[in-house]
Design a binder for this molecule. Structure first.
Ligand SMILES: Nc1ncnc2c1ncn2[C@@H]1O[C@H](COP(=O)(O)OP(=O)(O)OP(=O)(O)O)[C@@H](O)[C@H]1O
Length: 256
């Protein structure tokens, strides 16, 4: 089943054609790698899917429905969550509160309940807390629930971002350079975590990554972008031997 599909999507910034006539299909439970040189338009694709930017042309279908024009908040409620190249966490909140902040929008109590701290609000908060602890556990971070993320190694902060996305009950996860800044053993950990989450929840995962060894080892299919266009798409083995990819992206050596 196709979970996410981009059809003829384009985005210009003034004279810059950041994304041009972009077509992509991501099946349920698939890990889709997106690679390409700096400035190729990879992050712009994520910004278009997540509603940060609106596509100039084309369709972005999530579960078969076009989401172009919806704002980022509504898109995240639909089930598309993303992480960022530069980790975005609330440094003043502990890990559990960071995860819970992601679920505030889906809480099932109203202003009256919130103002008067009704039993319904207390019950709903307890339910959300249990669910968020479960999400922390899923990324092996339950023991750090009360820790400030700023005191934790980078690898944990990356996992915390993923826990926030899980708490939103994401069906599609957009990971922007999940291995950036991680040491080799943290890269192995996050790679295994991503694979396990896909297997367990049938998540559809798109990932932008400059670390080719990681993206090649984890992806079912890879899209290669250059100057806003897809120049190749296929299995890791297929794109590695594609002459266009080798010429445009790696200057001759794609072995990793
Ligand atoms: N908000 C914006 N305003 C103007 N130009 C933009 C904007 N966002 C992106 N661009 C331009 O669009 C092009 C694609 O940028 P984008 O960040 O999507 O590339 P990228 O492939 O993610 O790069 P990197 O690998 O370095 O993160 C670049 O030329 C960039 O300068």
């Amino acid at each position: 089943m196709i979970k996410l599909e981009l059809k003829g999507v384009s985005k210009n910034f003034g004279g810059v054609k950041a994304v041009q006539n972009y077509n992509l299909k991501a099946e349920e439970g698939q890990i889709v790698g997106v690679i390409g040189p700096n400035g190729a338009g990879k992050t712009t694709v994520f910004n278009l899917i997540s509603g940060i930017y609106k596509a100039d042309t084309g369709e972005i279908l999530f579960n078969g429905k076009d989401i172009v024009g919806q704002d980022q908040f509504d898109i995240s409620l639909l089930g598309i969550s993303r992480t960022f190249q530069n980790i975005r966490l609330f440094k003043g909140l502990n890990c559990l509160e960071n995860v819970m902040s992601a679920t505030d929008a889906v809480s099932k109590y109203n202003l009256f309940d919130a103002f008067f701290a009704t039993p319904r609000k207390r019950k709903e908060e307890a339910r959300q807390k249990a669910w968020c602890l479960e999400c922390l556990k899923r990324v092996d971070m339950d023991e750090y629930a009360l820790e400030n993320p700023a005191n934790l190694p980078y690898g944990y902060q990356r996992r915390l971002e993923i826990a926030r996305a899980l708490a939103m009950r994401a069906q599609v996860l957009l990971l922007d350079e999940p291995a950036a800044g991680l040491n080799p053993s943290e890269v192995v950990d996050i790679t295994n975590l991503i694979k396990n989450l896909r297997d367990e929840y049938a998540l559809t995962i798109m990932l932008i990554e400059h670390r080719l060894d990681m993206v090649m080892s984890i992806s079912d299919v890879i899209y290669v972008q250059s100057f806003g266009e897809i120049i190749a798409c296929g299995t890791p083995a297929e794109v590695q031997r594609d002459p266009k990819v080798i010429a445009a992206y790696l200057g001759g050596d794609m072995s990793c």
